[in-house]
Structures are given as structure tokens and as C-alpha cells.
Design a binder for this molecule. Structure first.
Ligand code: NAD
Length: 258
């Protein structure tokens, strides 16, 4: 009971902070999509890393050495991702944009659920699955071609032009972040007077450092995450709670203040 009261108080504080702010930016991680059925990497029970060594299967080096191992690992994740629907947290961010508060979403996710929920300005720091690139000749391919090869035919997609494997445009360990998205995220981070961080362990650098940098540039922070993060002590409001119901409650509360 005490816990519920504490959470509802924090929901009120979060809504009030949003109302006072003029440039709100959201920063999301895999945890915002677990309620859509997509496992995250580090949660104790569901995390994908409890089963595999990501530095091996999800690194550029690993992909070049053994693209089949990468595709065998990513196939179930791709399958659930394509079947997933946005949840209340994604929709709440779209609503915050509609209300004129949220200016952009910076996401580490590759699942494209923010866009599907209706957010219009989304910076995907770790790429997406809309396209793939040949690692031999860098020719671009439509994501559907890559997905059909891996999901329908159980194949590694090879470039028809040069025979090298095609990698989906998701960022693997050992790769640079996409330049344009990262620059835009840095710009948003500097402009933000409030950043709402949702569902990220903040352990993957450099993307995970963005909330800390936003704080150093003067932004206030709201953190919605089931587990503690390294930035909790610097945040104005910390909600260790489910992203969907919490974000929905914050937006509902905000709407009563308008
Ligand atoms: P992470 O797995 O490191 O951390 C997820 C955090 O979310 C955890 O701290 C967990 O406690 C919290 N969480 C889980 N479910 C939650 C919920 N319903 N409500 C609130 N909090 C919840 O994720 P990360 O920080 O994004 O970093 C991992 C990397 O994983 C990112 O680079 C991302 O690209 C990649 N990834 C993406 C997806 C996706 O696109 N959906 C899925 C898995 C991994």
C-alpha cells in the first residue's frame, strides 16, 4: 500500500515536471518493449544475454567470422519483433508529442515500435531493420529481402552482386553508431530541459551515457525502469515500475493539469 502511494506521488511529480518543461525528450531502451513481448538484454529472467555471449554473436567481428551463428541467434528476436505491437508506453510518448510536450524520442531499440505508435521524430541510435547492407560491396537492400531470407527460407542472406553476407542495418558491438542519428541525439540532449528515460539499464556506451550528459547540460531527469540505473541518484523522479502503466498514468495525470 505504501508502495502504491509512493508511486502515485511520483507519477504526480513526473506529470508536474513535464508540464513545467518546454523541451522534453524521451530516451528509451529495450525495457520499453518487453511488455510488447520483445525480450531485453539484461533483465534477470528474460534477458537475451543470459543465454548467449553477445560479444561473440552480436559483434561485427563475430558476424564477419560466422554470419550463420549471428542469424541463428537473431532469428527468434526478429520473429518476435516483427509480430510485436506497440504498448501503452510507446503510445503514451506519441500522446505526449501530440500534446506538444515531447519533441523527440532517442531510442536504442531496433524494433521500430515508436514510429508504429505514432511518434514522428525518432532517432534510432542502434539502427533498425528496414534495410540491410552487404558487408562486401556496401550495396543497400530492402529489409524485407533480408527478413524473408532469414525467416521464410532460414538462410543467411548473401549479396546477389558480390556474394558477401548482408547485415541488417542494426548496430553490432564494434560498430560506429549511425552518424546522423547520433548527432541529432546529441543536439536533442543539449536542447532538452527534461529527459524521460524509460526501460534502459544505461550500461551500453556511448548511447547509454546520453541521459547523464543531458543532466550535465541542465536537463531534469525522470527515470522509469524496473531496476535501479547508475543515474538514479541524479534524477528528479525515479519510478522503479512497469513502463506501460507508469507512462500511461503520467500522461493521464498531465492531462488533468491542462
Ligand atoms: P537492457 O536490456 O540493458 O536494459 C533494459 C532495462 O529495462 C533493465 O534495466 C530492466 O530492468 C528494464 N525493464 C525491462 N522491462 C521493463 C518494463 N516493462 N518496464 C520498465 N523497465 C523495464 O537494455 P538497453 O539499456 O536498451 O541496452 C541494451 C541494448 O539492447 C540496446 O543497445 C538495444 O539496442 C538492444 N536491444 C533492443 C531491443 C529492442 O529493439 N526491443 C531488444 C533487446 C535488445
Amino acid at each position: 500500500m505504501v508502495m502504491i502511494d509512493t508511486i502515485s506521488e511520483k507519477v504526480q511529480q513526473a506529470a508536474a515536471l513535464i508540464k513545467q518543461s518546454s523541451y522534453v525528450v524521451a530516451f528509451s531502451g529495450a525495457g520499453i518493449s518487453t511488455e510488447s513481448g520483445i525480450p531485453d538484454f539484461r533483465s534477470e529472467k528474460s534477458g537475451l544475454w543470459n543465454r548467449d555471449d553477445p560479444m561473440e554473436v552480436a559483434s561485427l567481428h563475430g558476424f564477419r567470422r560466422n554470419p550463420k551463428a549471428f542469424y541463428d541467434w537473431v532469428r527468434p528476436l526478429a520473429r518476435v519483433t516483427l509480430d510485436a505491437e506497440p504498448n501503452a508506453a510507446h503510445y503514451s510518448l506519441a500522446r505526449l508529442e501530440e500534446l506538444g510536450f515531447l519533441k523527440s524520442v532517442i531510442t536504442q531499440n531496433i524494433d521500430m515500435l515508436h514510429t508504429r505508435a505514432g511518434s514522428s521524430t525518432v532517432y534510432e541510435l542502434h539502427g533498425h531493420m528496414r534495410e540491410g547492407t552487404c558487408i562486401g560491396c556496401y550495396k543497400k537492400y530492402d529489409g524485407q529481402f533480408v527478413l524473408d531470407e532469414i525467416l521464410k527460407h532460414d538462410n543467411v542472406p548473401y549479396c546477389p552482386a558480390c556474394d558477401a553476407p548482408i547485415k541488417p542495418d542494426v548496430i553490432l558491438f564494434g560498430e560506429q553508431l549511425p552518424y546522423q542519428a547520433f548527432n541529432a541525439a546529441e543536439r536533442e540532449m543539449r536542447k532538452a530541459d527534461l529527459m524521460i528515460v524509460i526501460g534502459s539499464s544505461l550500461e551500453v556506451a556511448p548511447a547509454g551515457d546520453i541521459p547523464l550528459h543531458a543532466r550535465r547540460h541542465g536537463a531534469k531527469l525522470i527515470i522509469v525502469n524496473l531496476e535501479p540505473t547508475p543515474v538514479d541518484s541524479l534524477a528528479n523522479v525515479v519510478l522503479h515500475a512497469w513502463a506501460g502503466e507508469t507512462m500511461e498514468a503520467i500522461v493521464e495525470q498531465l492531462e488533468t493539469l491542462l
